[in-house]
Design a protein around this ligand. Structure first.
Ligand SMILES: [Mn+2]
Length: 312
């Protein structure tokens, strides 16, 4: 059994490379190619039709829900930060804005935000539902009050009872999956291409946490939330992410395993120069054509949260 799982695991990177056209290093040995192709065809089939946000007005089953989460972080500049608290049902990621890199520690505000958010959660009354917009605002105020340098995008997602709630600023974001399809996703907030809304210590009107996009959706057992920085979303399309999440569900991945596979795929996509990514497609549109194919080298933070029944 263990060997079977390991053998399955070994095939996943090549199946992803095959299904999504990533450069393969090294390419499969002769005779192995069909095996990889078959594996990819079974586990990573193209989706059938568009994945529009679904209605979710079905009655929910009684009983409590909980959030099981884990994360993967692949460093480039080491300016991302994240936190999570399973009992409180909350996760968050933040991404220090790179343009500060020459002057100050560009990770400072991102780390400050996540540390303050975590402290706020652990010092709160147990059993209290976390409101992401309130938490983000308090974390921002505390980080700004300390005169913290640099700036950061951020997203916080919580399971408040039976409701998934979120708040985000900039292009750190999330996707909620239900039954292998996208139920909800964030839409990046940006001033212009590659310049997201961001939080900092100044009071220039564009950076207050009140500018956060907020929302909620009723949660259900089996929902999967993928939260990440732009190192994920600039390099991985919705279609790719959806198919990887389906594969993970089919193979019974843990949150840790799914986070690592998603982050690993984002890392390889970032390094490929012969295929498009969300970053290159948007870049070409914004700059009128003179934009190379390939991905964006960046810190990649992926947090995966499974919404589960309380009694397993
Ligand atoms: Mn980034």
């Amino acid at each position: 059994m263990a060997q079977t799982l390991i053998e399955t695991d070994m095939r996943i990177p090549n199946a992803l490379r095959f299904a999504f056209g990533l450069c393969q290093r090294p390419p499969p040995a002769p005779g192995k190619h069909d095996e990889v192709a078959n594996f990819a065809a079974v586990l990573l089939p193209p989706r059938d039709g568009a994945s529009e946000p679904m209605d979710c007005d079905e009655p929910v089953a009684p009983g409590g829900l909980r959030m099981l989460f884990d994360s993967s972080y692949i460093r480039a500049h080491d300016e991302d930060a994240h936190f999570g608290h399973a009992e409180a049902g909350v996760v968050g990621v933040a991404d220090g804005v790179g343009s500060y890199r020459d002057r100050v520690d560009a990770s400072a505000f991102a780390r400050g935000l996540m540390t303050k958010a975590y402290m706020e959660v652990v010092t709160g009354a147990p059993g209290t539902h976390v409101c992401p917009s309130t938490l983000l605002e308090r974390a921002h105020q505390a980080t700004a009050a300390a005169g913290t340098a640099a700036a950061s995008t951020a997203v916080i997602v919580s399971l408040a009872g039976r409701t998934l709630k979120w708040a985000y600023v900039g292009d750190s974001g999330f996707v909620v999956f239900r039954d292998g399809r996208i139920l909800r996703r964030s839409r990046p907030q940006q001033h212009h291409f590659n310049c997201p809304y961001q939080l900092n210590s100044k009071r220039d009107g564009l950076t207050v946490a009140a500018a956060a996009a907020v929302g909620e959706v009723p949660a259900r057992e089996g929902d999967i939330v993928v939260v990440g920085t732009d190192g994920l979303f600039d390099n991985v399309t919705d279609d790719e992410l959806e198919r990887i999440v389906r594969m993970g569900t089919a193979l019974g991945f843990s949150p840790k395993h799914l986070a690592e596979v998603v982050a690993g795929f984002a890392f390889e996509a970032a390094g490929c120069t012969n295929r498009d990514t969300p970053f290159s497609v948007l870049g070409r549109r914004e700059t009128g054509g003179a934009f190379p194919a390939g991905g964006k080298r960046d810190d990649i933070t992926v947090v995966v949260a499974y919404i589960a029944s309380h009694y397993i």
